[in-house]
Design a protein around this ligand. Structure first.
Ligand SMILES: *Cc1c(COP(=O)(O)O)cnc(C)c1O
Length: 421
C-alpha cells in the first residue's frame, strides 16, 4: 500500500529520541493543503464557511492553522468555545452546536457573538430565560429528518437520534424565534457520520434547500445559510475511495440552481462543520512494539492502548497499520496488534496481515488525526499520549505533552486522604 506517513525510519528514530513513544504526529502542510482544497471545491457558492468540528482535534495550535486557512469552528461545549477564542476564532466564525446545553454555555456563546444552533423547540424559551429575556439576532436550528433519511453505523438512524427538531416543530420554531426578536436565520442538519457516498450529501443539501423554500413561502422567513453538518467520511481502508468533493459541490450547485435561485433565495451561503475529512488523514499514532506473544493467535503489544485511540475498540473501526522501515516488506504474518488495557477489545488491528514485527519496531496507526487523541480516556489509570506537530519546514513542535501521573491525580484531594478514616 502507499503510505502518506511523512517520515523515514531514520527521521522517525531521531524524533523518538527527543519525544518517546507513544505520541500523535500531525502534518501541518498536509492539513493546510487539504483545507485549501476543501475551500476551493466550494468556490462556486456565494459564500462558504467550514466550521471545523473542534471535538475532532481540540488543540488550539491546529485551530490556529485552520483559522489561517479561513476556517471557523463548530463547538459542542464551553471549553471548546474557549479553545476557539484562544485560537483567535471569534464571533460568527464560531458555531455552537450543542445539545442538553447548560444555561451558562448559551450565555458565553451569546456574549461572544457566536452562532447559536438550537437542538430543540423548548430551547427557544430556555435560551431566552438564560439570556435574561434577550434573544440573539441570528439563530440557527438543527433539523432531524427522522424517517425521511436513512442513517449509518456510527450515527445510527435519525429517527432514533436524540438530536434536532422534527420538520413540523421547525416551522413553529422559526416563527417563535422571530417573535422573540430574531432577524437572521440559519438551518442546520447532521445526519451522517463517516459517510463515503457523495450523493448522500447532495440529498442532504436538497432536503435543506426544500425547507428554505417552504420557510420563505409559508412564513416569509429567509434563511441566510444552510449548514450541511459534518459526516464526510475518509477512506480508512485501502480499498475505499475518497469522497469526490468537486462532484459534491457541483451537484449541490445544480440543485441550488433548480431550487434556490428560482425561489429568489440566492444568495444562500453554504456552511459545513467537518472534522474527520479535514485533519483525519494527517494524523498518526506512533507507538513502539514492546511485546510479542504466541498463544492461540500471534500478538504484538504496543506501548499505547485504547485509551489513546478508542475507535477500533469502541466500534470495530479499521485503521491502517504500518511498520516504519517495513512499508514494502511482504505481509507474511498475521497479528492482533494490541494495547495494554485490561479489556479484550483493546485491539488496534485484528487478524491483520503485516510484515514480521520485531520488538522495538515503530508501529504507525494511520488516519488518527480526527477523533483520535480527543476521544481518549483514563480508564486503567492510563496516561494519554502527547501531540507533535510537523511544521512545513520539517521542524517539530510538541503541541501537547504526554499526561503525567500528577495530571491523573490532579482532581483528587491528596491531602484529605491522610486524615480520612
Ligand atoms: C461530530 C460532529 C461533527 C463532525 O463530524 P466529522 O465526522 O468529524 O466530520 C460536526 N457536527 C456535529 C454536530 C457533530 O456532532
Amino acid at each position: 500500500m502507499s503510505s502518506n506517513f511523512p517520515l523515514s525510519k531514520d527521521e522517525l528514530s531521531s524524533l523518538i529520541k527527543k519525544f518517546p513513544t507513544p505520541f500523535y504526529l500531525y502534518d501541518e502542510k498536509g492539513i493546510r493543503d487539504n483545507m485549501k482544497y476543501f475551500t476551493d471545491c466550494f468556490k462556486n457558492f456565494h459564500a462558504f464557511c467550514e466550521h471545523f468540528a473542534v471535538k475532532a482535534l481540540p488543540n488550539p495550535y491546529i485551530l490556529k492553522i485552520l483559522a489561517d486557512e479561513g476556517c471557523g469552528t463548530d463547538c459542542s461545549s464551553l471549553p471548546e468555545l474557549i479553545l476557539s477564542d484562544m485560537a483567535g476564532i471569534k464571533g460568527e466564525k464560531v458555531m455552537f452546536t450543542s445539545n442538553e446545553t447548560p444555561a451558562e454555555e448559551f450565555v458565553y456563546a451569546y456574549e461572544h457573538g457566536n452562532i447559536i444552533n438550537l437542538d430543540d423547540y423548548t430551547h427557544i424559551d430556555f435560551l431566552k430565560n438564560a439570556l435574561g429575556g434577550k434573544f440573539p439576532e441570528l439563530i440557527c436550528f438543527r433539523y432531524n429528518p427522522g424517517p425521511l433519511k436513512g442513517g449509518n453505523a456510527i450515527i445510527g438512524v435519525p429517527e432514533e437520534a436524540k438530536y434536532g427538531l422534527t420538520r413540523e416543530q421547525l416551522f413553529d420554531a422559526y416563527k417563535k424565534a422571530r417573535d422573540y426578536g430574531a432577524k437572521r436565520f440559519a438551518l442546520h442538519t447532521m445526519v451522517a457520520s463517516n459517510e463515503l457516498n457523495p450523493d448522500y450529501f447532495v440529498d442532504t443539501a436538497k432536503m435543506l434547500f426544500e425547507i428554505c423554500v417552504e420557510l420563505k413561502q409559508k412564513l416569509d422567513i429567509r434563511i441566510e445559510f444552510v449548514d450541511l453538518g459534518g459526516g464526510i467520511g475518509i477512506p480508512y481502508k485501502p480499498d475505499q475511495k475518497k469522497v469526490d468533493l468537486e462532484y459534491v459541490s457541483n451537484s449541490i450547485r445544480k440543485v441550488y440552481d433548480e431550487l434556490i435561485v428560482p425561489a429568489g433565495l440566492d444568495p444562500l451561503d453554504i456552511h459545513w462543520e467537518c472534522g474527520r475529512p479535514i485533519t483525519g488523514p494527517y494524523g498518526w499514532l506512533v507507538s513502539t512494539a514492546i511485546h510479542e506473544k504466541h498463544i492461540y493467535r500471534e500478538y504484538i503489544g504496543l506501548d499505547s492502548c485504547m485509551a489513546d485511540l478508542m475507535r477500533p475498540g469502541m466500534y470495530g473501526a479499521y485503521h491502517e497499520v504500518t511498520v516504519s522501515g517495513k512499508e514494502n516488506a511482504p505481509k507474511d504474518h498475521v497479528y492482533d496488534v494490541v494495547g495494554s488495557l485490561c479489556e479484550n477489545c483493546d485491539k488496534f488491528a485484528v487478524q491483520r496481515p503485516l510484515p514480521k514485527i520485531d520488538i522495538g519496531d515503530y508501529v504507525i496507526i494511520h488516519d488518527a488525526g480526527a477523533h483520535g487523541r480527543a476521544m481518549g480516556f483514563n480508564y486503567n489509570a492510563k496516561l494519554r499520549a502527547g501531540e507533535i506537530l510537523m511544521r512545513p519546514d520539517g521542524s517539530f513542535r510538541q503541541i501537547r505533552r504526554r499526561e503525567t501521573i500528577d495530571d491523573l491525580f490532579a482532581t483528587l484531594d491528596l491531602n484529605g486522604v491522610k486524615d480520612f478514616n
